[in-house]
Structures are given as C-alpha cells and as structure tokens.
Design a protein. Structure first.
Lengths: 268, 268, 268
C-alpha cells in the first residue's frame, strides 16, 4: 500500500468524471473557499446545516464532511443527525475537530461525534489530534519524544479504538492507520497564514473518500494534492491572498505531470 | 420590448448614480462575494437576517433579495417578515430557490415564499425552476422536448399563476414572462466552477429591479451583465478563483462599449 | 503623544513576534477576509460565537473584537458573555457598531454593549458614531458645522462618558480621545467599494490593542496601517476584488520603509 503519482492521478480523474456530491456541515469562515476548492478539484459541494434537511441532504451525497470551526448547539444537532444517516447509508464521514483542546465545548463535541459517527477520516493539526485522545499522556515533564511523535501515538490510539484514518497536518503531513503510515513533505511555509487551508484539506478528504473506498489512500491522496497545489501556488504568490487564489486555480489546472514532478514523501 | 446595449447601459448608469440599497437575506457561502458584486456594480448591499430588524431594514431598502441557500427556521421566519414588509412598501422581491427539488424542506420553503411574497423575479437553474412548479409533468417516459423546453414551460406556468418574471440560467439564459421571452448566450463554461455565481446573478437582479420598474427588462439586463462580465473575466482567468476576482473587477470597469461589442442574444 | 512611523513599526514587529490571539465575534460577510487580514498582519485570529464557549475562548485571547454586522439574539448573548469575561480578565474590547442608526435593533444593541462592556476602542463611520451618542443634537436645521465636526463632537462625548478611544473612519480617519485627536489621510477612494474593509480596520484595532496598552496609539497605528496598505493595494488594482487581494498581500509584506514613505497625517 504505497502512494504513487499515478494512484493520485487516477483518483483525481475519477473525481472530475463523477463529480461526487460532498455534503459539508462546516464553519462560516471557510464555506466559500472550501466550496470553491471542491469545485476546482471537480467535485460537487453542497453546504447545508438545517436539522430539518440534514438527513435528506445526506441521502443524495457520497460523502459527509463535518467541521466544528464555528459550532453552536443547533449545528451540532444537525451534525449528529447527518452523521447517523451517513452511517445508515454507509457513506464516508470526514471530521475536522477545529480547535479541539481550545475549549471544553469543542473537545467534548469532537469526542462525542467520534463516538457516535466513527468517521472514516479525521484531519487536524497535532494538538487537535492529541486533544481527541482521552488517554493520551500529558506532555508535562515527559521527555519521551517530539510533539509529532506524541501526535502519531495519539493517532494510533484513535485508529485502534475507532477505526478512523488520522491525518495530522503540519510542516510534514502524517496519514496514520494501525499498521501503516505515510508522511508527505509537500506544502509551503506561507500556507498557515491563509485562513482555512486546513479545513480545505479536510474537504478534499471528503472528495477523495467519496470515490476511493480505501480511506487510507484517499486521505493520503488528498494531503498530497493539498501540498503540491500549495507549493505550486506559492511560486508566484506575493502574500497569503494571492496564495489562496493561486491554490484554487492550481487545483483546477492540476495535471499528472505536476504530481510526478513534485510529490515528496518522508520516511515511512 | 427588446433588450439593447443602450437599455442595459442606462440601467447601469442609474445604479451607479443612485446606489440603491439592496437588502439581502442570503446564504453564508456567498454573502461576501454577492455583497462585493453589488458594490462593484454600484449598488449598496446590506446583509441582515434577524427577525428583530427584518422589517426595519426593508423600510430603508429599494429591493429585497431572498436566497435559501443555507436556510434554517429562524432565517425562514425573517424571510417571510421581510417579504411581508416589502409587499406593503411595494418594493420588488427577488427569490433564489437554491436547491429546490434537492430536499423537501427547500422545495416547500421556496413554494411557500412564492405563495406569500409574489416575487417580482425568480432566478434559478432549470431543475430548480421545474421543482417550484407543482403541476409540472414529470419527464419520465415523456419524449416531449428538451430539458430547457420543460423548464420554460414551468416558467410560463409560474408566471401565469404568480406573475413573477422567471430567469432560467444555464449555458443559455432565458428570461420568461407570459407573453415574452429573451434568451442570452453570453457567459463562459468555467462559471459553474465558481461557487455562488448563480446567487450573484440573483443579487444583480435585485439591483436592476430597484431602479427599473419593468422587472422583465431588469432581469434581462442583469443576466446580460452577468454573462458579459463572466466572458470578459474568463479571458485572463487561469482558473475559477481568478475568474471570480476578474468578474468583480469587470463589473466595476464595465462600459457601454463592452456591452455593445459582446451582447449575444439567442432566438426569441 | 504623537504617531510616528517607528512607533507603528514597533507595534507591527511585536504583533509578528507574539502572534496575539484575537477573539472575533463578527459578521458572516467578513469572517474570511478579517481572519485573513489578521493572519497577514501576524496575529492569530479565532472566530467563535457560541454562548457555550464564549468565556472559555476569551480566556485564551489577548483581545476581543465584537462586530454587530449580522447580529441576532443568540449572537448578542454571546457578545455580552464574552465581554463580561474580557472585563474580568482586563483584556481590551474593540467594538464595531455596524449599521447603528439604520435599525433600532442595531442602535440599541450597540449602546447596550457600550454600557456593559466599556470598550477600549470603538470604530465606525461618522453616522454610526453619531447614532451611538444618545445626547447628540440632531443635524436638522442646525448649521453648526460639517458632518465630521458633528461626529467628532459625538466621539468626544462617548469618550467622556465611557472612556473609549473612538475611531471615525472615512476619507480622513479621526482617532479621538478626551484631550487628543489624530487625523490620518491615507487610504484610497476605491476602498469603500470593497465589502468589509471597515470591519477589517476594527479587527486590526484588536491586534494592536492586544500588544499596546496605550489604546489611543493602538487605534491610530491600526488606522495608519489600513490606509497605507489600502493605498499600496490600489496602485495595481483593476477593481475592488484585486484591491482586496492586494490589501491582504500588502499587510503581509509591509515594511518600515513603506510606512515612512507613505504616512500622511492631517492637522491635529
């Protein structure tokens, strides 16, 4: 099970041909940019959050993306309703636990969603992934490894308990399951200065999971595309706004040649 | 009653001079881009959705745009309150029935709004317009014409029952009333890859209807401006994000010369 | 107490080094663009509005920005909760009374927030600032000065009663306290054609107030940066969308040399 340019490209071609409908219950900040990223990649995004239609919208979708970035009680109710219907229909759920660890409300909501929904993929930064893991040892006074080692440990525990593929994104992206790990070194240091590119990475996981039933490879392909498109976008960016613009345009233009030339994996 | 470059230009000049206030109760995804489109054209957008101020905001507006893209019960209540006040004040209401047909909640909300508000203009794609029409024959087993013929039939029925001018947008845009139809062939194939350009078309209908009491011509002028600006924007676009950026800049720069050179009408 | 390029630059360097967390309860239209402006400047934005976590989020923030642009009752409740916690923690509150004067709901909410929260800085246009001031004489039949004189009078009254530094933004920006006033003449006439640049000015006040305890200078520095970056952005803008893009990129690139070359003060 390895990631290859041709494997990534095959998934992109399928997304462009099939335009899978991806239902997003996501945050206000990134709705426009993640919808545009999904469209530029070739998927069909729908953004809808009302309890009254959550299940009906899931009925016509091929993946459900749940992002708790600007959560509130009515939205959380819709997330659980949509997730329950997605489980019944056996379509993949992708979870972005934005800000888990920052407030008890976020941490609890993210953990409750994992218990209820058993997401196919969870994507967050290292501290979010560690916050999800109820049994992670605190790092205080522990000299047992780097922050990313601790996050990878947390990811393995989450995978063991809930079966989700875990993406830990940062300077290097780690895609973690019980018995496999891929690390991807693409991307650009300016990307964290654009709001919501992490949320975009999560949304792209939804598009890939919609058409590739191997969720580990789907997540890895999504992270590779994020990093490569971000790198290409940064070449002519004069700042974060032109980076965001170039990023969407690059998703639209992306070719197999780009992926072959630029994919950079870390040591497994 | 024909559409001419000079008629379109006269309306644009009026919008630029009078900066009509257009009150939008619209979806989260497009709030920023539709506000910017209205500003670039020369109108004054306000986005406000609270039940507590819906009527007060309508009191200072010259048109009301209702878009159900990310609907929920509190917003629907505000839509009805705002619509009732708009009827009392006799200012035009423009409705975008986003996703009508996709879920019962959307279809019912859109139909209820039409029954209560009698919009001046309704803009949607063909399937949305057909979903609004309760008596439209299903297409199953019927070999009675193309999808756009069926949508135009639905538009005529809606116009007969509710009086609204109907815009059906797609590769060709159709503006339909009981006894007239204009078709406009401007636009670019990349436009559907930008989220919310349909919603922008609806918002522009609000600006034109605010200053032109002939709502059929107002709608046609809005569609012509959308298509022409989209075409101009696509010339130097490298993807959907630069298309969106160029589109807003083009609305700001649009001159009568551009319209004269580019307006392309279909057969009536 | 004067504004100097080196004073502005010192604050920018501090923001870039310390990346202060700025908690925003703001409107849907500008969430994306204000988050990006804060990131481009070097601050760390968080957007969160749930009553359930408002106090917890304030606990980890260094400034609170409250913007009533798309207000509704649940959001107002969170604004008061967050403001109360910010007062307890003694972190600065910045208020943007968007649309005060346009509807009673907005005027009342903005005034109630001022009474409850005693913001460090209030930023609005002249008519919003006048609407906040319950005792401002109406302008009807009064030939007692220009609109900006009346707004400055209102600002002085608000400062006397509530202690807030008041920014009145427009062609000239006025930063007003009881015994001092700075006026800044930077900016570009196209800026009002971009939705939410006023809200961005408010958000930047949050970043500067987070690291500079002299809120009068913090507000003046924020307004100077807005105007200078807007002016630089306009140089190559072809319309409002490229102006917005250039503006964010310029915030990211801004150097002391730019500020030295471009800062233009009015008469005090």
């Amino acid at each position: 099970m390895t990631i290859t340019p041709s494997g990534i490209w095959k998934d992109i071609e399928t997304i462009r041909q099939e335009s899978p409908l991806v239902h997003n219950i996501t945050n206000y900040v990134v709705m426009n940019t993640t919808a545009n990223a999904l469209l530029a990649l070739g998927a069909s995004p729908v953004m809808a959050h009302a309890q009254n239609e959550a299940a009906d919208m899931v009925n016509i979708a091929r993946a459900l993306v749940i992002n708790i970035g600007t959560l509130s009680d009515p939205w959380i109710n819709a997330m659980f309703t949509a997730a329950a219907r997605a489980k019944e229909r056996d379509i993949p759920i992708v979870l972005d636990p934005v800000g888990a660890g920052a407030t008890p409300y976020r941490t609890k909501t993210a953990r409750d969603l994992i218990h209820a929904a058993f997401p196919a993929i969870i994507r967050g930064n290292g501290s979010e992934i560690m916050a999800l893991c109820e049994t992670t040892a605190t790092t205080k006074g522990v000299d047992s490894g780097s922050a990313s080692d601790l996050a990878i440990d947390a990811a393995r525990k989450l995978n063991r308990e809930f079966g989700a593929v875990i993406c830990i994104t940062g300077e290097t992206d780690y895609i973690v399951s019980q018995d496999a790990m891929i690390s991807i070194k693409n991307g650009h240091e300016m990307m964290p200065r654009v709001t919501g590119l992490g949320c975009t990475a999560t949304a792209l996981c939804g598009a890939f999971a919609a058409i590739n039933p191997d969720f580990f490879m789907a997540a890895a392909h999504a992270m590779a595309v994020m990093g490569i498109a971000g790198e290409m976008a940064a070449r002519t960016a004069r700042g974060p706004a032109s980076l965001q613009l170039n990023f969407i345009d690059t998703l639209y233009q992306l070719s197999e040649t780009h992926i072959q030339a630029l994919l950079r994996l870390g040591k497994a």
